[in-house]
Design a binder for this molecule. Structure first.
Ligand code: ADP
Ligand code: MG
Ligand code: MG
Length: 379
């Protein structure tokens, strides 16, 4: 339904929030959910909230997803409160439950709605323009992982199974190449060959995990710049939002996707590959911010593989775009013929550039992170 048909007053009555509903408008640039700002009057004082209709075509198991978000937001807030230092409601997303305690409501059309405190005096930005942007985004995602290191209770629901199973992504490509339903494979031999040559990349993170060198953690899984709120005045990272894909995962999945999405000097679908490169100052900003927040709880193996993670995740997403192109653009939305192929080529060009600068990138973490000195021996 269009915004005009959303009955915010009726929805608002279901949530445990302040004030009288004045109405809502579409808000922000999200591509997945329908997001609204909803205004309220609380005895003359203005209050506003974010209402979101959850995209249940993308997320098939909304109760599991909301169970993850309920636990993650509650734990992040309690940890932020323990750490002290300012307004907790700005440092962790606050989910407003329904009156009956449920984390979301259903409407008469079968839609699922949730409500968050509106984070004031902060906003999201779509494009990483400076190393400082990269640093603040990575710091925010590092802090988010930090707040969740001790999440009690059962393992979170794996709401999208095999999300970063890179081996599985590779096999899906090979299956698509063999089936070749639209006879597109012949024209993309070079890209398929590139995928084959880089096959060894697909197991590296899984092997590090299997050998016990890198642990499973709570990860965000959508670490794009526009999922971090930056303070309007200080431009520092305030809080991470968009928790739909929070799941068990590897820290390097999150960091690798930051590298993929933030360092590219061109848009993800830029067809002119001469414009695609890894912006080293942006990469340095990412490492600096991430290690400032997460450096002391990450394992040595995690810190040692930050550069590699960018290469792996960029390759993984390239595999997915190429697979979708060969299968006939069934998963990612396209705006022009060959759009997914452009995206795949773009990602693979970024992999090449990361590859060429791998040793330079590896030296960055060593330069920026100094192991804390061991405690002095007792006298
Ligand atoms: P999507 O999954 O569709 O990307 P998001 O959860 O990222 O949805 O929300 C879309 C936009 O709404 C964000 O980019 C941000 O600008 C805004 N937004 C989301 N949550 C809040 C909040 N709690 N306070 C203020 N703005 C928010
Ligand atoms: Mg978002
Ligand atoms: Mg999202």
């Amino acid at each position: 339904p269009s915004p005009a048909t959303v009955d915010f007053t009726r929805l608002a009555r279901g949530f445990a929030l302040y004030g009288q509903c004045l109405g809502g408008q579409p808000y922000g640039n999200g591509h997945i959910n329908d997001t609204y700002v909803v205004n309220f009057d609380q005895a003359g004082a203005p209050v506003r909230y974010i209402f979101q209709r959850i995209n249940n075509r993308v997320f098939k198991n909304v109760p599991a997803l909301m169970d993850n978000i309920r636990r993650v937001t509650a734990h992040a807030a309690s940890q932020a409160a323990k750490l002290g230092g300012g307004d907790v409601s700005r440092r962790a997303l606050t989910l407003i439950p329904a009156h009956d305690g449920r984390p979301c409501l259903t409407d008469e059309h079968g839609g699922f709605w949730r409500c968050y405190l509106f984070i004031e005096k902060a906003r999201t930005y779509d494009i990483v323009e400076t190393p400082a942007h990269a640093r603040e985004a990575a710091r925010a995602f590092g802090n988010f992982q930090r707040l969740l290191t001790g999440l009690p209770g059962a393992r979170l629901h794996e709401t999208i199974p095999d999300f970063h199973n890179t081996r599985r992504r590779y096999e899906n490509l090979m299956r698509a190449v063999n089936a070749d339903p639209l006879n597109r494979a012949a024209a993309v031999r070079a890209e398929i060959d590139f995928a084959r040559q880089n096959e060894p990349l697909v197991d590296v993170l899984a092997k590090l995990h299997a050998s016990g060198e890198i642990p499973e953690r709570v990860t965000h899984n959508d670490t794009k710049f526009n999922n971090v709120m930056l303070d309007d005045d200080t431009h520092t990272g305030v809080c991470v939002i968009d928790l739909d894909t929070v799941m068990p995962g590897l820290a390097l999945h999150d960091f690798g996707d930051m590298v993929r999405s933030a360092t590219n000097s061109a848009a993800e679908d830029e067809p002119d590959l001469s414009k695609v490169s890894m912006r080293m100052p942006v990469y340095e900003g990412l490492v600096e911010g991430y290690l400032a927040a997460a450096g002391d709880f990450l394992t040595g193996a995690e810190r040692a593989h930050l550069a590699l993670s960018g290469r792996v995740i960029t390759f993984e997403i390239g595999l997915r775009f190429l697979t979708d192109h060969i299968e006939g653009d069934v998963y990612f939305k396209t705006k022009r013929p060959g759009h997914n192929l452009d995206r795949a080529r773009n990602q693979f060009a970024l992999v090449r550039d990361i590859d060429a600068r791998q040793s330079e990138m590896e030296s960055v973490a060593g330069r920026l992170f100094k192991e804390p000195a061991p405690p002095a021996p007792a006298p």
